[in-house]
Design a protein around this ligand. Structure first.
Ligand code: ADP
Length: 224
């Protein structure tokens, strides 16, 4: 049974790159009865379209840096004003700076949605291994890990048969840069959430299969 009905909740999946936010968000959609909103996926979509925004962010993302706050804030504000987000949503990769958290706080207040932060903790050495073995389906977005969750046929998506690709920013030097950005810009948000009285839970993001971790998060959300 999904977490709804009840007060509308935004599940904020928080954690370093490679902690499994995207995988968990996809798995938790049925538990939450709410859509998955990923700023990274939205930005990559603009890059694929080759539009103005895509051209502005491409090199920033390829270098493993954060794109400017005002761009992501605007994308999120637009997305959460859509009807399917009226009763809550799962945020993956947002907020990532204090300024983004401030904007998010206002947006949630306006929509009368309560934030709950779930922090996926994973050791950085594991992250570097995970991301170098990560593959993604360019058609349906399914994520695979060559170590722990490989596709049935090498290089091919189980769901639609498309050829899997490696994300441009999953090379080791860029992963290290992304972890630095996380340490400097994003990690301080833990303090920010706690001082602001936002519900905050830590979950071991490497203890078991993705489905087992999602089950634990789902239970946590049901308990409120
Ligand atoms: P990960 O969490 O594994 O780094 P994402 O897909 O969430 O993967 O993000 C990929 C990249 O997209 C980031 O390195 C950054 O350049 C950009 N990005 C995504 N979300 C944000 C955000 N909230 N603020 C700034 N940049 C972002």
């Amino acid at each position: 049974m999904p977490v709804r009905p009840g007060p509308a909740t935004a599940l904020i999946l928080f954690g370093p790159p490679g902690s499994g936010k995207g995988t968990q968000a996809k798995l938790l959609q049925s538990c939450m009865g709410a859509p998955h909103i990923s700023t990274g996926d939205m930005l990559r979509h603009h890059i694929e379209l080759g539009d103005d925004l895509g051209r502005r962010v491409r090199s920033i993302m390829a270098a493993g840096r954060l794109v400017p706050d005002e761009l992501v804030n605007e994308l999120v504000a637009l997305r959460i004003s859509e009807p399917d987000a009226a009763h809550g949503f799962i945020l993956d990769g947002y907020p990532r700076t204090v300024q983004q958290a401030e904007v998010m706080g206002k947006l949630l207040e306006e929509q009368k949605i309560t934030p709950v932060v779930v922090h996926l903790k994973v050791d950085y050495n594991k992250i570097i291994n995970r991301l170098s073995g990560r593959r993604v389906c360019p058609v349906c977005g399914t994520l695979y890990s060559l170590g722990s969750n490989p596709p049935k046929i090498e290089g091919i998506c189980d769901k639609d048969g498309a050829c899997l690709v490696t994300r441009e920013d999953d090379s080791e030097p860029v992963v290290r840069r992304r972890l630095e950005e996380y340490d400097v810009q994003t990690k301080p948000l833990v303090d920010y959430f706690q001082k602001g009285g936002v519900a905050y839970h830590q979950v071991d993001g490497s203890d078991g299969a993705p489905q087992a971790i999602a089950k634990r998060v789902c239970e946590l959300m049901k308990r409120g």
